[in-house]
Design a protein around this ligand. Structure first.
Ligand code: SAM
Length: 219
């Protein structure tokens, strides 16, 4: 069995069975391979914007003799997505790029599930998904190689009102407590150095710290 990172294992665990998935920015295609090997009934397309990672993806797919099960496609984001695909996975990219890829709204008409794992800009990704008509169904933070990643699943549907800073996370897991405690420390250090003339930025950070403290205190 292949050695998949903790982060990618969590991403894979968020992908429902009986779906037709596109793994956007597949790189080595290890996630695509893991999905077809672990789910009973899944169709997978591995896609990337760059030919070099796709070459490695094809070699890995061949190594696991999955050429008939995984389709490999060179494309930018979801530009030429097949009509029968209903699930998008995008992991290991920045939140701004993920949001930009997803904002190709007309390509989302058959998409029921979106699983994303941004490296940063978590609030922006949540806001983008909600604005596109998706509801956050499940999310979890994972620490891998000393970095914290978010893994999030959104399903088609109307979202309840959300604070995009926390989404649907609660302060019950160690990873979540660590992440927001670190954010509080980072914000406090920025505030200490930020000149008073940046009034609005200071106000925003102070407000963020106030709601983080409240989040961490909530039972
Ligand atoms: C850091 S790798 C992430 C690989 C894998 N998804 C993971 O989570 O480990 C990012 C990959 O996204 C690809 N990529 C970047 N922009 C893209 C875009 N607009 N459309 C498709 N793939 C893109 C890159 O070529 C690269 O292979």
């Amino acid at each position: 069995m292949m050695n998949l990172s903790k982060r990618l294992q969590l991403v894979a665990s968020f992908v429902p069975d009986n779906t037709n998935v596109i793994d956007v920015g597949c790189d080595h295609a290890l996630l695509s391979i893991y999905l077809v090997n672990t789910l009973k009934n899944v169709k997978v397309t591995a896609s990337d914007i760059n030919p070099n990672p796709l070459k490695i993806a094809k070699e890995n797919i061949k190594k696991y003799q999955l050429e008939k099960k995984i389709k490999v496609v060179l494309q930018n984001g979801i530009e030429n997505i097949d009509e029968d695909i209903n699930t998008i996975v995008i992991s290991g990219m920045g939140g701004i790029l993920i949001s930009k890829i997803l904002s190709n709204k007309e390509k989302l008409k058959n998409i029921k599930n979106i699983i994303v794992s941004p490296n940063n800009d978590f609030p922006l990704v949540r806001k983008t998904l909600v604005k596109l008509g998706y509801k956050i169904d499940k999310e979890q933070l994972v620490i891998d190689n000393q970095k914290t990643y978010l893994v999030l699943r959104a399903v088609l549907g109307v979202s309840p009102r959300l604070n995009y800073l926390f989404g649907t996370l609660t302060n019950k897991s160690l990873e979540t407590i660590c992440y927001y405690t670190n954010l509080l420390t980072t914000n406090t250090n920025i505030l200490k150095k930020m000149p008073k003339k940046y009034f609005l930025k200071r106000l925003k950070l102070k407000h963020e710290n106030k709601i983080i403290k409240k989040f961490l205190r909530t039972n």
